[in-house]
Design a protein around this ligand. Structure first.
Ligand code: PXG
Length: 467
């Protein structure tokens, strides 16, 4: 058989992929019929596929390639580390230099009072760590009955049994026996879709107070923690009303429960600060990290743990860890990634320069007849598609029908912009420049126009009847 390479014909690669590769979150036989898109190379914000297309990646892979593709320094850091020490573990009272250096660097970057990190291979693993960590914390303090974690519907915290249970994706809960016990969910602060005739501020308070009501319902001495993304990502880039987080912080403080901020998407500059918690001004006890930590160049995640929790857990043996906790190559690459983010001022540039420029352009999409609200913080944004802006109506078609059409139009215009239901979302590499932002917005506008024509042709511009 011929060698499989980027030179192989696309159809051949697709056939082999369909025959042997099971894809995540994919209907296997549908994809096999259609054929997967084969990505071959990438640089900066641009992807190349096997058909020679050059595609603007407005999702930074899966929200992770913060420094952009093709940075040789990271490849070189990996090669150096592989030659020196490709693997050793951090169990059984051993350590190594990359894990030491990365944990020190993370402690320097994190808000005051975060000086410990527990490494994992991914965000899912890190949230599994967090579930056991907060329960271990309360047990060590003599309150083992405090084992409930409250989360939010439509949250995404990972795909393992523990993290998938923490998440609030109903489609995931339907498969494989999730959620595990003692995890409860409250509603997300999605004003556009669920705010009815409340103002955003009233609605933000109402959604935050669901946390208080849930704690009272379950029993304040049973609740260990609340977990949330500062800004919900995979749930549709839901930017909460300004009233939301201060009220959540008040409630967390009042009941003395732990706050886990899932920073897997929001961390490492995505919102214009090192951590999303700084942008929304909250004081978490634990922060989940992954993705932008290595800009996706190596699989690595972790939990940043505040001093109070770290000290209590240090008093017991925490029977938890992964073969690749603190993998030396992943740590070396993450360290180089953080050096670049830091020394090249990329986070500051997002906050002060390219972020505001993108915001202005992105918000101008609301001039398009299909676009209701446009919300963006730093470099994560979403637009709500609607058949009627004034009433904030949803489409009469099944949720996601219109979003899917729009996503297909974006693909064919060489723009990767995703859909969550009928919201379109972006999360480009943080290094995107003004010229590339202009291209992004032009292609988005063009795709929206084409979507609009198609919706009119197919009679899909109909509003869902009010409930
Ligand atoms: N927390 C958050 C907030 C995430 O977004 C995870 C945890 C899990 O990380 P790992 O590394 O285990 O995947 C994520 C991951 C999507 C999509 O469709 C989003 C993620 C993963 C896969 C798909 O938007 N986020």
């Amino acid at each position: 058989m011929a060698i499989i390479s980027v030179q192989s014909p696309t159809a051949e690669l697709q056939a082999l992929d369909a025959a042997h590769h099971m894809h995540p979150f994919t209907h296997g036989s549908e994809l096999a019929q259609k054929g997967a898109r084969v990505i071959t190379r990438a640089d900066g914000v641009w992807l190349n596929d096997s058909d020679g297309n050059r595609i603007l990646d407005a999702m930074a892979g899966l929200w992770c390639v913060n420094i952009g593709y093709g940075r040789r320094e990271l490849a070189q850091a990996a090669a150096r580390q592989m030659e020196e020490l490709p693997y050793y573990n951090t169990f059984f009272q051993t350590t190594h230099v990359p894990a030491i250096a990365l944990s020190k660097k993370l402690s320097d970057l994190a808000p005051e009072g975060f000086n410990q990190v527990f490494f994992a291979g991914s965000g899912s693993e890190a949230n599994d760590t967090n579930l056991r960590l907060v329960r271990t914390y309360w047990a060590a303090k003599g309150q083992p009955e405090r084992n409930i974690v409250i989360s939010r519907w439509n949250a995404y915290h990972g795909s393992s049994v523990g993290s998938g249970s923490l998440g609030g994706m109903k489609g995931m809960h339907m498969q494989g026996g999730l959620p595990i016990p003692d995890i409860h969910h409250i509603d997300q602060p999605n004003w556009w879709a669920e705010g009815d005739d409340m103002t955003p501020e009233e609605f933000g308070l109402e959604r935050a107070r669901q946390l208080e009501a849930k704690i009272e319902e379950l029993g304040p001495d049973r609740v260990a923690a609340f977990i949330a993304e500062p800004i919900q990502g995979a749930g549709g880039v839901i930017v909460p009303p300004d009233s939301y987080w201060p009220e959540v912080q008040r409630i967390v403080d009042k009941y003395g429960i732990l706050l886990i901020a899932d920073e897997v998407i929001c961390g490492f500059g995505r919102t214009g600060n090192w951590f999303g918690s700084q942008t929304v001004n909250i004081r978490p006890h634990v922060m989940t990290i992954a993705k932008g930590l290595s800009s996706g160049y190596q699989p690595i995640g972790g939990s940043l743990v505040c001093d109070e929790v770290a000290e209590v857990v240090a008093g017991v043996e925490f029977n938890h860890g992964y073969t690749y906790s603190g993998h030396p190559v992943a740590c070396a690459v993450a360290l180089e990634n953080l050096r670049i983010l830091d020394e090249e001022g990329i986070v500051t540039r997002v906050r002060e320069e390219t972020g505001p420029y993108l915001k202005e352009k992105f918000e101008s999409l609301t001039d398009h007849p299909l676009v209701g609200e446009a919300k963006i913080v730093g470099m994560m944004g979403s637009i709500a598609l609607t058949p009627d802006k004034d009433s904030r109506a949803a489409f009469a078609s099944d949720p996601g029908t219109v979003g899917f059409i729009c996503r297909e139009r974006c693909f064919s215009n060489n723009l990767i912009m995703r859909h969550v239901g009928d919201r379109m979302i972006i999360s480009p590499p943080l290094v995107i420049d003004r010229e590339e932002i202009d291209i992004l917005i032009d292609r988005a506008w063009q795709s929206l126009d084409e979507t609009h024509v198609r919706l009119k042709d197919e009679g899909l511009m109909k509003a869902k009847a009010a409930a």
